[in-house]
Design a protein around this ligand. Structure first.
Ligand SMILES: [Mn+2]
Length: 238
């Protein structure tokens, strides 16, 4: 069966994420390749970096919502950064496992392709009730132009919060075990300590990004943080 891992790079800010994801993924999953969707905002320098690590590149067109009142993490008028990811539904593969660029993989996950599609983890812990639902950061899908067209048709109806809201409105997901998309919570003592020794297969840095460290970030005690420890372990291999 033709299967592929997929990630998405909207612009150069997430290049480090893609590179570390690639190293971590390929350390444990040697039979299935990785494709990175890129937009025309990704610089030639970043494309060269992706090629250096043998990441397959797929250029995609922007998917731009008509509405301009998106107020997600990217701020007003930046819905296109989120929605362009929906190009994953047009990929010519039977099954894909989409992984956000802010994800690392710490063990073999190729068996996930045996699950029925579509599948994702259900996140009932989101602080904002609009974010409760299946998390869009790790998605097992069977691409379909029909589904793609439906999503695009409804993009301005449900897309107020994010692409995740849209996916939750239109797609009925099967549940994956939460360890396949462990959302980073810096105050969770399991993450800070036990994950040093027993990291879950997929860690998702859905909040602060480990490669963007500034004075305001919450990475103060990162040397004692199991998630950050594993991230750094792979990053050192770049
Ligand atoms: Mn993410």
């Amino acid at each position: 069966m033709n299967r592929i891992f997929v990630t998405y790079l909207a612009n150069d800010l997430f290049l480090d994420g893609v590179l570390v994801l690639n190293i971590s993924l390929k350390s444990h999953n040697k039979n299935i390749g990785l494709i990175c969707l890129v937009t025309d905002e990704v610089s030639k320098g970043s494309i060269k970096e992706l090629e250096k690590y043998k990441i397959k590149i797929k250029k995609v067109d922007w998917i731009v919502p008509k509405r301009d009142d998106f107020k997600g993490r990217y701020g007003k008028n930046e819905g296109r950064y989120m929605f362009t990811k929906l190009n994953i539904f047009k990929l010519p593969y039977e099954k894909i496992l989409y992984l956000d660029a802010d994800v690392i993989v710490t063990s073999s996950i190729e068996h996930l392709f045996e699950n029925n599609t579509p599948a994702a983890i259900f996140d009932d812990t989101a602080l904002d009730p609009r974010n409760i639902g299946f998390n869009g950061g790790v998605l097992l899908l069977s691409p379909s132009k029909k589904i793609f067209n439906t999503l695009i048709k409804k993009i301005d109806d449900y897309g107020l919060w994010s692409d995740q809201t849209l996916l939750n409105k239109l797609i009925v997901f099967n549940k994956l075990d939460k360890k396949y998309n462990t959302l980073y919570k810096p105050l969770d003592k399991w993450m800070l300590f036990f994950f040093f020794f027993l990291p879950p297969p997929i860690i998702h840095f859905n909040g602060s990004k480990p490669w963007i460290i500034d004075g305001k970030s919450r990475w103060v005690k990162r040397s004692l943080d199991g998630c950050f420890f594993h991230y750094n372990k792979y990053r050192k291999r770049l």
